[in-house]
Design a protein around this ligand. Structure first.
Ligand code: SF4
Ligand code: SF4
Length: 141
C-alpha cells in the first residue's frame, strides 16, 4: 500500500480539454472506502443509482470496488458523471482514482494512474466492512 494523502491529485489540463475526457468515456475511476465512511453511505450511493460495486476477478484477485456507475451500462462503458463539458462533480468530490490519473503532457504519451491502484483499493474495500456479501456483486471487469 502506498502512503498517498486522499486529497492529493491532478486537476484537468489543456490536454484533458483537448481529449474531451477519453478516460471518463472508457471507465469510471475507483473510489476508496474513506470517501464514503460507512456501510450506510455506500448502500445509499448504490441505491441512488449513481455508484455501483464491481468485482475484480482473475487468477490473482477476487475483490470488489465501488466506483461511479457506467454511462452506458449495456456496453459497460463511460461514467455516469461525464457530461459534454466534462465531469459534473466538483474536483474534491471525484473518486480517488480520477484525481490520481496524471494527465499526459504530450500527444502520444499515456496518462499515468498514480497512488492506490484499483487492485489495492479493492482489497481495502473487502477489509472495510462496508460491502454486503460478495455474491451481491453486480459487474465483472
Ligand atoms: S487524464 Fe488523460 S485521458 Fe483523461 S481527460 Fe486528461 S488527457 Fe484525457
Ligand atoms: S467521476 Fe468524473 S472524472 Fe471520474 S470518470 Fe466520472 S466523469 Fe470522469
Amino acid at each position: 500500500m502506498k502512503n498517498v494523502p486522499i486529497c492529493k491529485g491532478y486537476r484537468e489540463t489543456e490536454m484533458c480539454v483537448r481529449c474531451a475526457g477519453e478516460c471518463c468515456r472508457l471507465q469510471p475511476g475507483h473510489c476508496l472506502p474513506s470517501e464514503f465512511g460507512s456501510a450506510a453511505a455506500v448502500r445509499a450511493a448504490v441505491a441512488g443509482g449513481r455508484y455501483t460495486v464491481v468485482l475484480l476477478l482473475d487468477a490473482h484477485i477476487m475483490a470488489r470496488v465501488v466506483r461511479p456507475h457506467y454511462k452506458d451500462p449495456a456496453r459497460t462503458a463511460g461514467c455516469i458523471f461525464h457530461e459534454d463539458n466534462g465531469c459534473e462533480l466538483p474536483w474534491q468530490d471525484r473518486p480517488y482514482g480520477c484525481r490520481m490519473l496524471r494527465p499526459r503532457e504530450r500527444d502520444g504519451e499515456h496518462c499515468e494512474p498514480e497512488g492506490i491502484s484499483i487492485v489495492e483499493a479493492a482489497r481495502m474495500w473487502e477489509e472495510s466492512g462496508y460491502l454486503p456479501p460478495i455474491w451481491a456483486c453486480s459487474r465483472l471487469v
